[in-house]
Design a protein around this ligand. Structure first.
Ligand code: FES
Ligand SMILES: [Fe+2]
Length: 447
C-alpha cells in the first residue's frame, strides 16, 4: 500500500466534517484511486451490453486502469485488464463492439482467447530455450482479482480480499431486486444509448448530492416553477404532456416531504433515500404496464413492488441507481477536479414501450448535459469546487441530525433531511483510506 505522504488521514475526516483538501489535493485523489477505487467493487457494465460471444465493452476501473468486459463462446462474462501480456499495449481500443475468433494486439500480434488466456505468439520459435513460458499468467490478459454480477449488473474489484459482491452490497441489494422486479419478466436490459457528461469538479460531489435533500427546493427552484406554470396551462385532455411534465415538480417538494422519506445507510458507504415514499412515488402508473405486472406477479406482489419507493441509491463509490425510473448513473473519475457521469437507461422486459420512453425522457430531462435539472447541480458543484480554494474555513460540515441516527442490525436509518448519507460515505471513505474497510463489522457503518 502506498505510504501516506506527510498528512494524517485520520484528521481529514471526522464524524461531522471533512477537510477541504480531500476535494482539492491531487495527492489525496491519487490515494483515493488506490485505496477506494482499488479495493471496492466497481460497477463495470450490464450483461445486456454484450449479448453475443465476442461482444465487448471497455472502460476504466479507476481513473487510469483500462479494463474490458467480454463474453466468451460459452456465454460467460469476463472482466480483463486491457493490457497486452507482451509489452503492455492496450489490446482493445474501441469503446464497444464485437470481435471474432480472438483478441489481437495491434503492436506485435499476440492474440488472446475471450477469457484472456494467451492463444498465439507470432514467430514463436524465437522464444525457444529462452525460459519464456507462454502459459504463465503474466503473459495473458489477466482477469481482475474478483468479478461477479448480480441480476445482470457486472462488478469487479482489484482486491482479492474484498468480501463477495452480495456481502459487500448488504441491504442495498434489495434495490437491484426492486429495479429488476419492476419488469414483468424480472429482467432489465440496456436500451437507448448512453449519456456521457463531464463534470469539472471532484467526483465525491455527486455522491454527496444524491441524498442531499436540503438542496432541491433551492437549486432547482426555477425549473420547478417553470414546469408548474407549464402544467397549469395544459387542458385536461393533454394527458401525455402532463405525464411528461410531472417528472419535474417533485424536485421542489417541501422539507417535510423529504424528511418523511428518510435515509438508510449500510456498511461500505452505500445508502438510499426514500423506501416507503420518494419524489418518484406520485408518478401515474401506465394502465398497460400495470396489467402486465399484475399478470406476472398478481395484484398484491405488484403493489408491494411499487411500494418500495427509493429515490437515489448509492453503491459507493461508482454506481447510483433509480429503481422507480429504471436508469443508473456511473461515476468515472479522471482527476481531482474532473469526472464523467454516464447515464444508462433500461428496458423493463415484458413492459410496454411507453415505459422505456418514460425512462429515456427522464434521463434526458434530468441527467443530460442539456437537461433541466442536472445542469443546476453541476453549477453548484462548480461553485463549491471554486469556493473550497478559499482558506477561510478548512472544513466542510455534515452535522445535520447528528446523534439522532438510529443503528439497526445491518443498517442505520435517519430523517430524510439529515446528513446521515454523508456520515455513511465518509465513514467508509476513512476506512478505505486507512486500509481497515474489510475489517469493518456491520455495526461499523459510518463510524
Ligand atoms: S505489445 Fe502486444 S503484442 Fe507486443
Ligand atoms: Fe439536484
Amino acid at each position: 500500500m502506498t505510504p501516506i505522504p506527510d498528512r494524517n488521514l485520520d484528521a481529514l475526516v471526522t464524524a461531522t466534517k471533512a477537510h477541504r483538501s480531500i476535494y482539492t489535493d491531487p495527492a489525496i485523489f491519487e490515494l483515493e484511486m488506490t485505496r477506494i477505487w482499488g479495493q471496492a467493487w466497481i460497477f463495470i457494465g450490464h450483461e445486456s451490453q454484450i449479448p453475443n460471444p465476442g461482444d465487448f465493452f471497455t472502460t476504466h476501473i479507476n481513473h487510469n486502469i483500462p479494463v474490458v468486459m467480454i463474453r466468451d463462446k460459452e456465454g460467460s462474462v469476463h472482466v480483463l485488464h486491457n493490457r497486452c501480456g507482451h509489452k503492455g499495449a492496450k489490446v482493445v481500443e474501441q469503446r464497444s463492439g464485437n470481435v471474432r475468433g480472438a483478441l489481437r494486439c495491434a503492436y506485435h500480434g499476440w492474440s488472446y482467447r475471450f477469457d484472456g488466456s494467451l492463444l498465439k505468439v507470432p514467430n514463436e520459435t524465437g522464444y525457444d530455450n529462452t525460459g519464456f513460458d507462454s502459459k504463465a499468467p503474466c503473459y495473458s490478459m489477466q482477469p481482475l482479482a474478483q468479478v461477479d454480477s448480480y441480476r445482470g449488473f457486472v462488478f469487479a474489484t482489484l482486491s482479492a480480499s474484498a468480501p463477495n459482491l452480495v456481502t459487500w452490497m448488504g441491504g442495498a441489494k434489495d434495490c437491484f431486486d426492486n429495479l429488476c422486479d419492476r419488469a414483468p419478466e424480472g429482467e432489465v436490459e440496456v436500451a437507448g444509448g448512453v449519456l456521457r457528461y463531464e463534470h469539472a469538479c471532484n467526483w465525491k460531489f455527486i455522491l454527496e448530492n444524491l441524498n442531499d435533500t436540503m438542496h432541491p427546493m433551492v437549486t432547482h427552484e426555477s425549473v420547478v416553477k417553470a414546469a408548474q406554470d407549464y402544467i397549469a396551462t395544459l387542458p385536461p385532455e393533454a394527458v401525455e404532456q402532463r405525464r411528461e411534465a410531472e417528472i419535474i415538480p417533485p424536485f421542489g417538494a417541501s422539507y417535510e416531504k423529504f424528511e418523511d422519506s428518510g435515509i438508510t445507510g449500510f456498511p461500505f458507504g452505500h445508502h438510499y433515500d426514500g423506501g416507503k415514499t420518494s419524489i418518484h412515488a406520485d408518478y401515474s402508473v401506465d394502465p398497460e404496464y400495470h396489467a402486465a405486472m399484475v399478470a406476472a406477479y398478481g395484484e398484491a406482489r405488484t403493489r408491494e413492488i411499487y411500494a418500495f419507493n427509493t429515490h437515489n441509491v448509492l453503491f459507493y463509490p461508482s454506481l447510483t441507481i433509480k429503481c422507480a425510473v429504471q436508469n443508473i448513473r456511473v461515476i468515472r473519475p479522471i482527476s481531482v477536479n474532473k469526472f464523467i457521469v454516464e447515464t444508462w437507461s433500461f428496458r423493463l422486459k415484458g413492459a410496454p414501450e411507453s415505459m422505456l420512453q418514460r425512462t429515456l425522457l427522464y434521463s434526458r430531462l434530468i441527467n443530460s448535459a442539456m437537461g433541466m435539472v442536472g445542469p443546476d447541480d453541476l453549477e453548484v458543484y462548480r461553485r463549491t469546487q471554486e469556493g473550497l480554494a478559499s482558506p477561510s474555513n478548512e472544513w466542510v460540515e455534515f452535522h445535520r441530525q447528528y446523534g439522532r441516527d438510529k443503528v439497526l442490525e445491518d443498517r442505520i436509518v435517519g430523517g430524510g433531511t439529515s446528513d446521515l448519507d454523508m456520515r455513511t460515505q465518509y465513514g467508509a471513505w476513512k476506512a478505505y483510506m486507512e486500509g481497515s474497510i474489510f475489517e469493518a463489522k456491520v455495526s461499523g457503518v459510518a463510524q
